[in-house]
Design a protein around this ligand. Structure first.
Ligand SMILES: Cc1cc2nc3c(=O)[nH]c(=O)nc-3n(C[C@H](O)[C@H](O)[C@H](O)COP(=O)(O)OP(=O)(O)OC[C@H]3O[C@@H](n4cnc5c(N)ncnc54)[C@H](O)[C@@H]3O)c2cc1C
Length: 398
């Protein structure tokens, strides 16, 4: 007997509609920080990510990120870094995780430098250290050779050494903040892609490939994918694929461990490329060293994830003359995405025409160190309607 259609299909009652105070879209560096800060303040929060953070598809992976108090990019950043360090120490105390290691850091530059991270980086760093009371020492080439013989500096090069500089572990930071947010009642949905954001009279509606959610506000921290959801960002932001490499140390590895080798940023002489790197974190783990490029931009989903032999060779050629104790054997290489504005600063603002949507992105290759402090600012913008920092408003980009 054929069943009546209304009997064959049992109608389920629609799930009760949950309305959140805030939904965070994208749970990388900024999104995980914002989710944690919102949950800590008692907000009903939902975080959604298309992957399962921490993951290797965006901008927040590769074991380490440099953190430095005096920033050559913007004097304002010192306040963010100081606050971020406090938050990381609080999270460490709460979770028992090791997130921040302040092993000292050295910026090397010289008159013959041809590489530029941002214009006037070395001089700005010193000026910002002086203006913000950041402890530091200025070193001559012979000082550097005596103290850090791992670096083959040339005559005329000089160094800025900051003892509080160090590195942060990005994957552990994301994991810890998402874990804490969950513990405070926050919900996290991973493997779910946001496809649209709609403004409503009383809030926002977030549409994903699995459902629709409502909230009073949304915080959009989509990293390199921001223009995909908000095409108005496409002319303002460019995404640059970067390569990270780990090279084996020849000989005395102890000299390259934290406490012996500082973090380094080197505006290389006679080379368009600069390098930066980290001490060896585990026996045989290799020294992580990288350069950066702002020439070829790419759509994030089209970025080639493999690293070619030519790219590793190019890195080898930069490393060999400057770090003689580092060998030719490349142990590992991965890619990562920078999202950059033309002025290499950030975007932290409300979305024009959609005031309930707050956006933070484009950390232009130097945003991780600020992420906990910016998470706190984003929580304030969502819950207290505070303004974001004026220098990072969208209006400046035209
Ligand atoms: C090679 C490299 C080296 C760097 N070095 C440093 C450094 O030494 N010091 C420093 O301070 N900073 C550094 N940075 C910069 C810093 O790591 C980034 O600024 C920061 O991690 C960016 O975080 P984010 O939250 O904006 O992006 P991400 O961490 O990439 O997060 C964006 C998230 O949004 C999710 N998402 C995207 N689209 C959707 C969608 N439609 N639906 C749901 N989810 C979505 C993604 O899956 C992702 O998880 C470096 C960056 C790179 C790439």
């Amino acid at each position: 007997m054929a069943s009546h259609p209304s009997c064959a299909v049992r109608r389920r009652a629609p799930p009760p509609e949950v309305t959140y105070d805030v939904i965070v879209l994208g749970l990388g560096a900024y999104g995980s920080a914002a989710l944690y800060q919102l949950a800590k303040r008692g907000a009903r929060v939902l975080g959604i990510d298309r992957f399962a953070p921490p993951h290797e598809m965006g901008s927040t992976h590769g074991e380490t990120r440099i953190t430095r108090l005096a920033n050559g990019e913007n004097a304002l950043f010192t306040g963010f870094v100081r606050r971020s360090h406090e938050i990381w120490r609080e999270i460490e105390a709460e979770t028992g995780e090791s997130l921040l290691t302040q092993c000292g850091g050295l910026v090397i530059s010289g008159a013959s430098k041809a590489s530029v991270h941002v214009e006037g980086f070395f001089e700005n760093t010193i000026a910002n250290a002086r203006a913000n009371g950041v402890a530091h020492e200025l070193l001559s080439a012979s000082d550097i050779r005596a103290r850090f013989p791992q670096f083959a500096v040339r005559d005329g090069e000089r160094g800025y050494f900051e003892p509080e500089m160090g590195f942060v572990r990005p994957e552990a930071c994301v994991r810890a903040q998402l874990g804490l947010a969950r513990g405070l009642g926050g919900e996290v949905r991973t493997g779910e892609r946001v496809t649209a954001i709609r403004s409503r009279a009383d809030g926002v509606e977030i549409v994903t490939d699995r459902g629709t959610y409502r909230a009073g506000k949304a915080v959009m921290t989509l990293g390199a994918w921001l223009p995909e959801l908000c095409p108005q960002f496409a002319p303002l932001l460019k995404v640059y694929r970067q390569v990270l490499t780990w090279f084996a140390v020849d000989g005395d590895e102890a000299a390259f461990r934290p406490g012996h080798l500082p973090i380094f940023i080197w505006e290389l002489p006679d080379s368009h490329d600069g390098i930066y790197g980290f001490p060896v974190l585990s026996p045989g783990g290799g020294l992580k060293v990288a350069t950066e490029q702002f020439i070829d931009d790419v759509a994030p989903d089209a970025a080639i994830r493999e690293v070619s032999a030519d790219e590793i060779d190019a890195m080898r050629r930069l490393v060999a003359p400057h770090l003689p104790g580092v060998g030719a054997l490349c142990l590992k290489a991965v890619t990562c995405l920078y999202t950059a504005t033309p002025d290499r600063q950030f975007v932290i603002d409300r979305l024009p025409g959609a005031e309930r949507v707050i956006v933070a992105s484009a950390c232009s290759g130097h945003g991780f160190k600020h992420s906990p402090a910016i998470g706190e600012i984003l929580a304030g913008m969502a819950l207290d309607d505070t303004d974001g920092p004026a220098p990072f408003r969208l209006g400046r980009l035209g």
